[in-house]
Design a protein around this ligand. Structure first.
Ligand code: AMP
Length: 219
């Protein structure tokens, strides 16, 4: 079964995915994470997309689909959370075709809704552990011990270049320009559930689990 988690940067897709993963019943696929891994590895793909991503633009749909196809093959038949994908109408259509071959389909699309001021506030304080990727926030979620990762005890932290306020605004603009069409596509198929993601993460997670259970997911 497939869950598409939808929402602008900073709406809590990563946090909600992490909470769902704790049950061990889900696999998480974030195209942003896959792209960042390519950049970090210095691969040919990584070198190509580094510049585009640092400005909040989108790498080509073909490239994204290649990454997604590899992941779908690896995790066939599992309950998959797609985070940050599909983001363009071309990706939706290519995804539908890919899933058709595997006799799968999108079971539900969760649309996390937050207003722009709150997004800027959330994203501008975000940082993560260099070793394991655990995400923290200057004001809302500091590590229990300052400078030490709760999850892996690492002591090096990084801030995403594309979380700078100006780049973030560009990412949100790109999101609104291109991604809205994706949401509308799934809405016409009656697959979209809108959730108020301005609430605290635990409340959002409770709402999310109710919707997923209704759609037939094992939570
Ligand atoms: P995210 O971690 O989902 O916020 O993605 C970070 C950046 O990666 C985006 O601003 C885009 O540059 C790129 N990206 C991630 N997923 C996609 C996608 N499905 N299509 C195009 N670009 C993507």
């Amino acid at each position: 079964m497939i869950l598409v988690l939808f929402g602008p940067p900073g709406s809590g897709k990563g946090t909600q995915s992490e909470m769902l993963l704790q049950s061990g019943n889900f696999v998480h696929i974030s195209t942003g994470d896959l792209l960042r891994a390519e950049v970090a590895s210095g691969s040919e793909i990584g070198l190509k997309v580094k510049e585009i991503m640092s400005q909040g633009g989108f790498p080509s749909d073909d490239l994204i689909m290649t990454l997604v196809q590899g992941q779908l093959d690896t995790h066939k038949g599992k309950q998959i959370i797609f985070d940050g994908f599909p983001r363009t109408l071309n990706q939706v259509l290519a995804f539908d075709a890919l899933l058709g071959v595997q006799r799968e389909n999108v079971s539900i699309v969760i649309n996390l809704q937050v207003d722009l001021d709150q997004l800027v506030d959330r994203v501008s304080g975000r940082f993560s552990c260099k070793g394991c990727g655990a995400v923290y926030h200057d004001r809302n979620k500091r590590p229990l011990q300052d400078g030490v990762c709760d999850r892996c005890q690492g002591t090096e932290f990084i801030r995403r270049a594309d979380d700078q306020p100006e780049v973030l605004k560009n990412r949100v603009r790109t999101y609104l320009d291109q991604t809205q069409a994706v949401c509308d596509f799934y809405r016409q198929k009656d697959l979209v559930v809108d959730l108020d993601a301005s609430k605290d993460p635990v409340s959002v997670n409770n709402d999310l689990k109710i919707s997923l259970a209704q759609a037939g997911f094992k939570i």
